[in-house]
Design a protein around this ligand. Structure first.
Ligand SMILES: Nc1ncnc2c1ncn2[C@@H]1O[C@H](COP(=O)(O)OP(=O)(O)O)[C@@H](O)[C@H]1O
Ligand SMILES: O=P(O)(O)OC[C@H](O)CO
Length: 504
């Protein structure tokens, strides 16, 4: 009897396997962090083989914790950190280089050169919905082909293949060099800069400009259908893999934002707000991305507007790992509660430049407003407030693009346990912030996509019915203070611009 659905959530900091029951509640979870590799300033890499090993271990771990076997699981869904790019040899299964992570800025020059062909940052926007930026996968693949010895020749000979982490996990789970399936879904493909948003096919012209052979690219299938079964070796042997969604789109699905106008904000390593725009592909005038939200089987493609923020939870990690100012992420709330406010300090974490709504790769992080008055508590507050201010900027852009101001915000992700942050978020937005019972909406969304494909859940109504509110924070800050805080933040942001110059 198959009473559960599993999801593999291959995130930026860790890989999780979560098992859900029919009500969409978590039955078990196993999780392993992987190493963050920083070879140079601005470079961020992951060891893809470590990630695949962690995937195997967490799948076994989650089953064992719930005392289940593969025969209890109806389907597996995959969700993943998006844009992180990997090139590997399809005959040996070995990556030719570490995975280049979405936060990595090494492709700055490539991106500028592509823009100089005409159109600047907007060169590919009409087709792919994205500005030219270091964030996306295509330029990262070009960097690997240009810089790893022999890679371009091997790619042209058809020996190397590319994938984001969904494709890497799927290919390995379905047998790797021994018959692995080389597939992705439109949500992930829409983050490469290589997929046409209307046709959901690779764009030969853009791939040509980036020097990427089409033969390297995975087949684009829907987000919810059976791609293959888990290989015989391993914990989930024989279970159909039937859902793929990039993690932010998965969270949108898991939050039941299934109608146009519904939005969620996920607080993880970075923050990502997505607004479901239905079958309409809205082109942003305010620095947001147009992206595929999901495509369930042969149903119409659903699109989203997205505000991506590179650094939010990772700023808390930075305080813990690089400065040793706290020993656990949760400790930041204690320090922040020791003071009334930020003491005049604002921390703009432009560690990977600034993403939405600015798209400034020349920006770098800054703490401004420092005086001798500022102490550890004020800095802790400034760190948390940075997440809320950045989210306000994205929501302002979304309100401007959609013309319909958001009335409330659904939130999820690792940071939403932080109650001080949630209250400040409601205060600085001026609308209620709502957390669902299952805040692990990323894994849940991938489970839903897989479960729908095999008939475990019958329709999107099952997803809507499973959603339940846990807690709500209402705004309590007066308007004048809200706006003066926000003005200060905006001023602080301008201090980070023009830091990196062309010769750096
Ligand atoms: N209590 C907390 N307060 C603030 N930030 C937190 C707290 N607990 C975890 N975080 C942050 O949340 C992030 C992890 O969230 P998660 O959704 O698991 O990330 P991801 O999916 O990006 O790997 C980390 O960056 C961590 O610093
Ligand atoms: O791993 P997360 O949750 O921080 O998500 C990363 C995003 O997919 C990057 O676009």
């Amino acid at each position: 009897m198959t009473s559960y659905v599993a999801a593999i959530d291959q995130g930026t900091t860790s890989t999780r396997c979560m098992i859900f029951n029919h009500e969409g509640r978590v039955v078990s979870v196993d999780q392993r962090e992987h190493e963050q590799i920083f070879p140079k300033a601005g470079w961020v890499e992951h060891n893809a083989e470590e990630i695949w090993e962690n995937t195997r271990r967490v799948a076994a771990g989650a089953l064992a914790k719930a005392d289940l076997t593969a025969s209890d699981i109806a389907a597996v869904g995959i969700t993943n950190q998006r844009e992180t790019a990997l090139v590997w040899d399809k005959t040996t299964g070995k990556p030719v280089y570490n995975a280049i992570v979405w936060q990595d800025t090494r492709t700055d020059k490539i991106v500028t050169e592509l823009g100089n062909l005409g159109g600047g940052q907007e060169r590919y926007r009409e087709k792919v919905g994205l500005p030219l930026a270091t964030y996306f996968s295509g330029p990262k693949v070009k960097w690997i082909l240009d810089n790893v010895e022999g890679a371009r020749e091997k790619a042209e000979a058809g020996d190397l293949i590319f994938g984001n982490m969904d494709t890497w996990v799927l290919w390995n789970m379905t047998g790797g060099a021994d018959g692995g399936v080389h597939v992705t879904d439109p949500t992930n493909a829409s983050r490469t800069m290589l997929m046409d948003l209307d046709t959901l096919q690779w764009d030969a012209e853009i791939a040509g400009e980036m020097g990427i052979p089409l033969s390297m690219l995975p087949e684009i299938r829907s987000s919810s259908e059976e791609y293959g079964k888990v290989r015989e070796k391993g914990a989930l042997a024989g279970v159909p893999i039937a859902g793929i969604l990039g993690d932010q789109q998965a969270a949108t699905f898991g939050q039941a934002c299934l109608s146009p106008g519904e939005a969620k904000n996920t607080y993880g390593t970075g923050n990502f707000m997505l607004l479901n725009t239905g079958t309409e592909k809205v082109m942003s005038q305010n620095g947001l991305l147009t992206t595929v939200c999901y495509k369930i089987g042969s149903n119409d493609t659903i699109y989203a507007l997205e505000g991506s923020i590179a650094v939010t939870g990772s700023l808390v990690q930075w305080l813990r790992d690089n400065l040793g100012m706290i020993s656990t992420a949760a400790e930041i709330e204690e320090h922040a509660r020791s003071v009334e406010d930020n003491g005049g300090a604002y921390f703009v974490p432009a560690f990977s430049g600034l993403f939405a709504p600015y798209w400034r790769s020349d920006a770098r992080g800054a703490i401004v407003g420092l005086t001798r008055f500022v102490n550890k508590g004020h800095l802790a507050r400034a760190v948390l407030e940075a997440t809320a201010f950045q989210s306000r900027e994205v929501i302002d852009a979304m309100n401007a693009d959609s013309g319909v101001p958001l009335k409330s915000l659904k939130v999820d992700g690792g940071m939403v346990v932080n109650e001080l942050l949630m209250q400040f978020q409601a205060d600085i937005l001026g609308v209620p912030v709502i957390r669902p019972v299952v805040a692990e909406t990323t894994a849940l969304g991938a489970a839903y996509a897989a479960g729908l494909a095999v008939g475990f859940w019958k329709s999107e109504d099952d997803i809507r019915n499973n959603w339940a509110k846990d807690k709500q924070w209402d705004p309590s800050m007066d308007e004048a203070r809200r706006e003066s805080e926000y003005r200060n933040w905006k001023k602080a942001v301008t201090k980070t611009f023009d830091w990196v110059s062309e010769d750096d």
